[in-house]
Design a protein around this ligand. Structure first.
Ligand code: FES
Length: 157
């Protein structure tokens, strides 16, 4: 009997029928998370929502926990996403990750896999998306280091 194949970000990975999608991806060195969510996630407990992906193919039905999490913002209960940590692979599947800390920007299909490293993505949950002078630091700094750049008291100590 042929084993299921998971197709994600241009890579194909075999797995056993019934394996958890998130586990399959991580075992293959792939992540269902974007940016800092790679480290800041619930480790597969179905509570953070950062492993949300679009899945095409044979998978298990959504669990109650999964439906609840995906109905909670920033996710939208009407979105086609699945939580990789709650989804079991039952046959060949194709997986797609969308931009955003939670991978919630399903409407932004203009971005490819390379865009996941794009600084314009809101991978920072504390970033409101507005750029301010504070975000960029001082614009008065010309990149040259001077004695006045260091606030350590006298330069002739
Ligand atoms: S890893 Fe947190 S919901 Fe899946």
């Amino acid at each position: 009997m042929r084993v299921p194949t998971v197709d994600y970000r241009g890579e194909e990975t075999d797995c056993d029928r019934g394996d958890v999608l998130r586990d399959v991806l991580l075992a293959a060195g792939l992540s269902p998370h974007n940016g800092t969510a790679d480290a800041l996630n619930c480790r597969g407990h179905g509570s953070c929502g950062t492993c949300a992906v679009a899945v095409e193919g044979a998978v298990s039905d959504p669990t109650r926990r999964e439906r609840l999490r995906l109905a909670t913002p920033p996710h939208d209960g009407d979105s086609p996403l699945r939580l990789a940590c709650q989804t079991r692979v039952l046959g060949d599947v194709t997986v797609e990750k969308f931009p955003g800390f939670w991978g919630q920007h399903v409407d932004d299909d203009s971005l490819g896999d390379d865009s996941l490293n794009d600084d314009s993505l809101d991978n920072d949950p504390l970033d409101d998306g507005e750029s301010t002078a504070d975000d960029r630091g001082s614009t008065a700094d010309d990149g040259e280091s001077t004695a006045n750049d260091h606030d350590s008291g006298s330069a002739v100590d």
